[in-house]
Design a protein around this ligand. Sequence first.
Ligand code: UTP
Length: 160
Amino acid sequence: MQIRKAVIPAAGLGTRFLPVTMSVPKELLPIVDRPLLQYVIAEAVEAGVEEVIIVTSSGKESISDYFQPHPIIEQRLTANGDDSLLAKVTEAGNLAKVSFVIQHEALGLGHAVLMAKDAVGDEPFVVILPDDIIAHSPGAISQMVQVSEKMDAGVIAVEA
Ligand code: UTP
């Protein structure tokens, strides 16, 4: 069965990156001009994922805001004819269908994934931690999906 859904836990407290995470969620910290979250969503899409469920929490609304249209910025870029920047601005919202579920208390990673149970339903899915970026082509998720299909089993990537 094709893997169409990804769950991205993003409701943690980000204590190891304090104090910056008091103002910016860890999952939105940038590498060059894009937040971490965007890199892992792109990696999931490359692996065939169509729907991304982000587990977030109150106080981290900037995560869902990031995926909303930004009409004032988009109108300005359109008026300026800045098509390449406009494409970058709309990229995150166009990568995949993105939805959000809330984890009301940061009770750990397993609990965060459980919060996405109803949104995932009864089908295989990937879980991606947005604070581990693996720069490789083909992406780590693509490789894991391939192994999962070949072995007809769940696959876990570990970091040594
Ligand atoms: P981490 O342990 O790296 O994130 O969890 P954290 O808990 O935010 O970080 P520290 O330890 O306090 O510095 C990996 C991913 O799981 C999410 C985090 O947001 C991160 O993306 N997570 C963690 C949840 O969604 N809920 C939790 O209760 C814990």
